[in-house]
Design a protein around this ligand. Structure first.
Ligand SMILES: [Zn+2]
Ligand SMILES: [Zn+2]
Length: 267
């Protein structure tokens, strides 16, 4: 019985469906748990409370999002366990703003994702002015380390997401990658096997197998997420994901309740 801890819904502006549609999709798929984890509001791009309508929910929307997650959890009790989460950005220097957003929201887990290096989005097709791919790679992994060390997150999202637009000079195992995974271990955070890489045509999930091997060898726990932006993608490619995790050596995955991790067998 698997969990899908990475899902979105209409509030972020680039996904479709209501929260309950995702939860029902999980029940239909036979998952034991669905984690709702839409993109948190964005703070670091200036005073506009809805700086990027197509990227994340407005700042004022967060309480309604949490309230609706609670309703969905109650409504589907008995069909599927609904966990309350959020995918929050990790932006250097903005820890406290993001942390303050959710710390009293009664969430089950928080995914910390590096989507931004300052004001540059890793999904931008162009590199930041005057920066090389190597510069961006180093800053991305060092920012990931800072996210883990911040203690604000339970799960670090899509570890090698920088590859989406090809802004990564080395997808192999570099000393900086090994150092980064050691920091994840030391900080006791969980990574996710995020299956959306397959749906994005990358031919592999996030992170790729070579990176997963390093995580497994260093003892970093893993959970599963589809990163679905449509209800029909809940649990997508999980058979393939489980085969991959088992090939790497994982025999259990992480589940969360009230920000406490428990390990379950990966059957
Ligand atoms: Zn998204
Ligand atoms: Zn993300």
């Amino acid at each position: 019985m698997l969990v899908d801890y990475h899902t979105h819904h209409y509030r972020c502006g680039h996904a479709t469906g209501d929260l309950i549609d995702y939860a029902r999709a999980a029940a239909r798929r036979g998952l034991s748990e669905i984690g709702l984890s839409d993109h948190s509001p964005i703070y670091h791009l200036g005073p506009d409370p809805h700086a990027r309508p197509g990227t994340a929910m407005a700042q004022g929307e967060f309480p309604a999002y949490v309230e609706e997650m609670r309703r969905v959890r109650d409504e589907l009790r008995g069909d599927v366990t609904v966990r309350l989460g959020v995918e929050s950005d990790y932006v250097l220097g903005w820890d406290d703003h993001y942390r303050a957003l959710w710390q009293d929201a009664g969430l089950d887990y928080v995914i910390g994702s590096v989507h931004w290096l300052g004001t540059w989005s890793i999904f931008n097709r162009d590199l930041p002015r005057g920066r090389t791919r190597q510069d961006v790679y180093e800053e991305y992994l060092r920012t990931t380390q800072a996210a883990a060390r911040s203690g604000a997150y339970d799960v670090i999202g899509h570890l090698d997401c920088l590859k989406t637009r090809g802004h990564i000079p080395d997808l192999g195992v570099t000393p900086l990658l090994e150092e980064t995974v050691a920091v994840l271990r030391e900080a006791d955070v969980t990574i996710e096997l995020n299956t959306s890489g397959w749906r994005k045509g990358l031919g592999e999930p996030f992170p790729r197998e070579a990176w997963l091997n390093v995580c497994f060898e260093q003892g970093v726990p893993v959970t599963l997420g589809s990163d679905s932006h449509r209800p029909q993608d809940v649990g997508a490619d999980f058979d393939e994901a489980v085969r991959l995790l088992r090939r790497v050596g994982y025999r259990e995955f992480a589940a969360f309740e009230g920000r406490v991790r428990t390990m379950r067998p990966l059957d």
